[in-house]
Design a protein around this ligand. Structure first.
Ligand code: SF4
Length: 311
């Protein structure tokens, strides 16, 4: 459950009266209860119903326009973004003990002595349980520091907690739910990545899935070589604005003899691109777009793939 008392304590420090609430989809079922508790304390709350996938999506423009004193940003940790008004990050911790599940799969980790543990913000407390358990079984366990989050935390766009240990460990163990983060991690790392899936109660080696994803990526690059008109996708969400990257991609595409345009939106969806004569996309916004890539019906490249168009 959301810790409303803790949120209220933080709000009182700012002497705030008007609150702009941002909450991820998975926690929206608890939003009204939280807001009622805040209203009982005399606060006025505006609930942002736009999807919020990360702390990169800070809606300080909207909050300011509505006359809010603070943003209450639930479910994500501080991404390091500057904001026009104060932001209270109220993380949501699942307090899940992974040991009973991990016990079942210890034999799969037998060949690996040095293990790096990573997870997402809501399962950070699981790291400590797993670390103790694995250490007692003779493993050396590492939890790397993260550029954008807490120790051991990965984001879909930041795997620094793992990258800092790539030379040190034998494998990575991602613990949590959903395939977006562990697959992204597997694509970034050279060492083996395992996924302790809390929802599916299973331990998956991501070796085969990584190979499948890499093949898809290579096929997309091959297709893109014959495309003429490129859309360089950018987001107007403050933490996803990578204007220089988008401009750099456009410049490089031009050198390669391709036409290109920078296309921006808050949330990028296939419908927003209808009518544009674009054959191929290069995504400079959130990597989560790859989960919906089939709906765009055209190749979607990462900025680093553009170099491969000339090979
Ligand atoms: S850009 Fe995407 S992956 Fe990165 S924090 Fe935002 S929502 Fe998460």
């Amino acid at each position: 459950m959301l810790d409303t008392k803790n949120a209220l304590k933080k709000i009182s420090k700012f002497k705030a009266k008007n609150i702009f609430l941002q909450i991820p989809e998975g926690l929206k079922t608890q939003a009204l209860e939280m807001v009622s508790a805040l209203e009982k304390e005399g606060l006025e709350v505006f609930i942002s119903v736009d999807p919020c996938y990360g702390a990169c999506d800070l809606r300080d423009h909207e909050a300011k326009a509505l006359g809010c004193d603070v943003i209450l940003h639930v479910g994500h940790s501080d991404y390091g973004l500057k904001s026009r008004i104060p932001v209270i990050y109220e993380e949501f911790e699942m307090n899940y003990d992974p040991v009973p599940l991990l016990k079942n799969f210890l034999h799969d980790l037998k060949p690996y002595n040095k293990i790096s543990l990573v997870t997402t913000v809501q399962f950070l407390s699981s790291l400590g349980h797993a670390k103790k358990f694995l250490q007692k079984r003779g493993k050396r366990v590492f939890i790397g520091s993260s550029k954008r989050g807490k120790a051991g935390q990965v984001l879909g766009c930041d795997f620094s907690a793992a990258k800092s240990l790539e030379r040190v460990v034998d494998c990575f163990l991602f613990m949590g739910s959903g395939t977006f983060h562990p697959l992204g991690l597997a694509m970034e790392m050279k060492k083996p990545v395992f996924f302790l899936d809390f929802e599916g109660s299973q331990l998956l080696s991501l070796k085969d899935e990584k190979r499948r994803m890499e093949n898809i990526r290579l096929m997309q690059i091959e297709k893109a070589k014959s495309c003429k008109n490129f859309g360089v996708l950018g987001s107007t969400k403050p933490g996803q604005m990578r204007v220089r990257t988008a401009e750099g991609v456009k410049e490089r595409l031009s050198e390669l003899g391709k036409n290109s345009w920078i296309l921006v939106a808050d949330e990028i969806t296939p419908e927003k691109l209808l009518g544009l004569q674009i054959d191929c996309l290069v995504n400079t916004a959130c990597p989560r777009l790859r989960e919906d890539s089939r709906f765009f019906k055209k190749p979607i490249l990462e900025p680093r793939d553009v170099e491969k168009l000339s090979e």
